[in-house]
Design a protein around this ligand. Structure first.
Ligand code: HEM
Length: 188
């Protein structure tokens, strides 16, 4: 019994350490890049929007809407959605694909933040946004790795997934929400 429990506890620790170290390294590398390079100050593309801020704001908002779908489907799969029975077969794929699309939507926004604007430290809001933006990509990397590593502790995925969701919500609240409250800039 002890020898059966030993390796599996060790595997769980190794899986958790690998996921957390990968996530931390991802966040630190992005933060260091954002801090040391000279911000380009211009967009690479605007995808038909009137400017970089408008593009980033709408892409981030789309990602946050999909994150709500992610949260609902995750709760359903874990049997924690009040009033819902056993999850039908489509819940898993909806969770997976809404997550993938949400991530893809963040990439043009995050890329422009990192490359064009860098690590903003002009105000607590902008500093929080920059730091949590890096945490978001770190948490996402850790979660993707955690999904594929055998032996991750049972609480590992909900915690990593929750960090991804919470960090994206905070990134959105400190950027797109602020943008929507500003007057004088075109919304699209
Ligand atoms: C999930 C990833 C991210 C998303 C969806 C996102 C989204 C946005 C949006 C919509 C804006 C425009 C609103 C505004 O100007 O405040 C913005 C601005 C900005 N972002 Fe990000 N961002 C992300 C990650 C990052 C990262 C990793 C950094 C830097 C390390 C960063 C730095 C900035 C800065 C400096 C601004 C300008 C803020 C200002 O001066 O008002 N962002 N971001």
């Amino acid at each position: 019994m002890a020898s059966a429990a030993g390796p599996s506890a060790q595997t769980a620790r190794a899986a958790l350490a690998a996921a957390l170290l990968t996530g931390a390294a991802t966040a630190v590398v992005l933060g260091v890049y954002a801090g040391v390079h000279a911000p380009a100050g211009r967009p690479l593309f605007t995808l038909g929007f009137s400017g970089m801020l408008q593009m980033k704001t709408w892409l981030a908002t789309g990602a946050v809407v999909l994150v709500v779908v992610q949260l609902a489907t995750a709760l359903w799969m874990w049997g924690r959605l009040p009033g819902a029975g056993a999850p039908p077969g489509w819940v898993g794929p909806v969770h997976r694909y809404s997550g993938a699309v949400a991530f893809v939507l963040t990439v043009p926004a995050g890329l422009h933040c990192l490359w064009a604007l860098g690590l903003g430290a002009g105000s607590p809001r902008v500093l929080t946004h920059s730091a949590v933006g890096c945490v978001f990509y770190g948490a996402y990397a850790a979660k993707m790795l955690g999904l594929r590593l055998p032996g991750l502790p049972g609480w590992g995925l909900p915690v990593l997934g929750g960090t991804v969701l919470a960090s994206l919500a905070l990134v959105w609240a400190t950027s797109a929400l602020w943008f929507f409250t500003r007057s004088g800039l075109p919304l699209l």
